[in-house]
Design a binder for this molecule. Structure first.
Ligand code: NCD
Length: 314
């Protein structure tokens, strides 16, 4: 059940929860995202302490489409955090002004701590280098729409799996659907740390490692690409040395299956050539278009009794 829950860690949700969300997103798609008064009178606080374009704007757009309203800020600049206010106090304050808080922050582990303070649901819109659950829901939904299923497919994840929260939560999301194996395609320096690998193993997912995409491309059904997270390197020259160390072009796709679908949470930089955009492999713009129905589904399931209505419980 979604009602009144925080959405911080995707692994606290079940496959059934995610399928309920898919159904709700389908309903919004069927009505072509027509304005809907479901959340009239509700207020969403959008608290972004880290840069964001698509996540913040798509959450805000989703809330508006549901008839709700939005308050918030898009950087710490101009807030009392600049005067030295703690994030805890900022959340206590926001909690009084709204019905749901959507937050992005650079510190890993911050969301769990803040959720204990807030009486309203807290939605994680990107946390450090570890988590980005709503992006993962969009990614899973995109595969479901493209392929009709999530299990039984061969997955590749290419790029900075060490620092990219989108890639990491995508893999965690796959684990909910019983996916047993994911192929990581990345230079050794960008492999995730042991704790992450062990956690996935404990969830039944084996992570294989390839340095060259050519060695694995021919067997993939889904390839998830992420950019090098330059801003998360302490030493920028290390990031500079890895620039261009992995990429997808028409040439790399020569041996791909016809049904291969490429996803990317965006923004992209140099890792995915725009020459791929016009091919049937490219699913990343569809993925963007699903961000609105999926985030509408998240907000409506958390803020209303719609799930209970759907299940005939009321
Ligand atoms: C991602 C993020 O912020 O983690 N962006 C997004 O939300 N679509 C991916 C990224 O910045 O690489």
């Amino acid at each position: 059940m979604w009602r009144n829950r925080d959405l911080i860690d995707l692994t606290e949700f079940t496959r059934k929860d995610v399928e309920t969300l898919f159904k709700q997103a389908d309903l919004f798609l069927e009505t072509r995202l027509a304005p809907n008064k479901m959340l009239e009178g509700k207020i969403m606080a959008s608290a972004f302490f880290e840069p964001s374009t698509r996540t913040r704007l798509s959450f805000e757009s989703a809330m508006h489409r549901l008839g709700g309203s939005v308050i918030g800020f898009s950087s710490a600049e101009g807030t009392s955090v600049e005067k030295g206010e703690s994030i805890e106090d900022t959340v206590r304050m926001l909690d009084n002004y709204c019905d749901v808080i959507v937050m992005r922050h650079r510190e890993d582990g911050v969301m769990q701590r803040l959720a204990q303070l807030a009486k309203n649901p807290l939605i994680n819109a990107g946390e450090g280098q570890s988590r980005h659950p709503t992006q993962a829901l969009i990614d899973l939904y995109t595969i479901f729409k493209e392929k009709g299923m999530l299990e039984g497919l061969n997955y590749g994840v290419m790029g900075d799996v060490k620092h990219a929260r989108a890639a990491r939560d995508f893999i965690r999301g796959l684990s909910l659907f019983g996916v047993r194996e994911v192929n990581l395609i990345t230079p050794r320096e960008l492999m995730p740390e042991e704790v992450f690998v062990k956690d996935l193993n404990a969830r039944g997912v084996r992570l294989n490692h390839y340095e060259r995409v050519e060695d694995v491309i021919g067997m993939l059904d889904v390839l998830y690409v992420v950019r090098l997270q330059v801003e998360r390197f302490r030493d920028r020259s290390e990031a500079e040395a890895l620039r261009g160390s992995y990429s997808i072009s028409l040439k790399t796709l020569e041996r791909a299956k016809r049904g291969l679908r490429i996803l990317h949470p965006l923004p992209r930089v140099w890792e995915l050539s725009s020459e791929v955009d016009g091919t049937p492999y490219a699913a990343y713009f569809k993925q963007v278009s699903y961000s609105i129905p999926v985030r509408m589904a998240v907000l409506s399931l958390i803020l209303t009794d719609i799930e209970r209505v759907q299940e005939g419980l009321i």
